[in-house]
Design a protein. Structure first.
Length: 161
């Protein structure tokens, strides 16, 4: 009998538009799924824990994410909040062919000058509570200025490996 494993991965596509709608830069990258995120999947599927019905995308500054990170404890990186409003809700579609994504991008209206080095998916719209599912670290940090818009699409996949 052949061993079969499950592979989870998330693909993040982040596009930065200037105030005129021109593409300034684009990043497509896979992310780290935290131990907390993996435990959440196992607990909700096999241990009768309550699922989270809302997930939120946040932006991160420089620093390398680690598997042991949680929203309450991620000493190697900080959240960036130089955008209007709270974290943006990820409105995912139903799974199909082992994949799900948000049908339209989640848009962040940048309200300051900042350096964005990645993003994360969490179950709380603000603060340090909630389950930190995963964190993406861009290939290099990217500059944004007031008036820019970051368009974010997250595709979550599961495959038998």
């Amino acid at each position: 009998m052949k061993d079969v494993s499950l592979e989870l991965k998330n693909i993040w596509k982040v596009t930065c538009l200037d105030s005129d709608g021109n593409v300034k830069w684009e990043e497509v990258k896979k992310n780290l799924i935290t131990t907390e995120g993996l435990n959440h999947i196992l607990d909700t599927q096999f241990h009768a824990s309550t699922q989270n019905t809302a997930w939120y995308i946040g932006l991160k500054e420089a620093g390398t994410p680690a598997a042991g990170d949680t929203m309450a404890s991620h000493a190697s990186w900080a959240e960036n909040t130089d955008y209007s409003g709270d974290r943006k809700e990820w409105t995912e579609g139903a799974a199909s062919s082992g994949s799900m994504t948000n049908a339209s991008s989640v848009d962040f209206s940048i309200s300051g000058t900042a350096t964005i080095a990645g993003a994360f998916l969490n179950t709380a719209s603000t603060g340090t509570a909630g389950t930190l599912y995963g964190v993406v670290d861009f290939a290099s940090a990217r500059s944004v200025i007031s008036g820019d818009t970051l368009q974010v699409t997250v595709t979550v996949t599961a495959a038998s490996a």
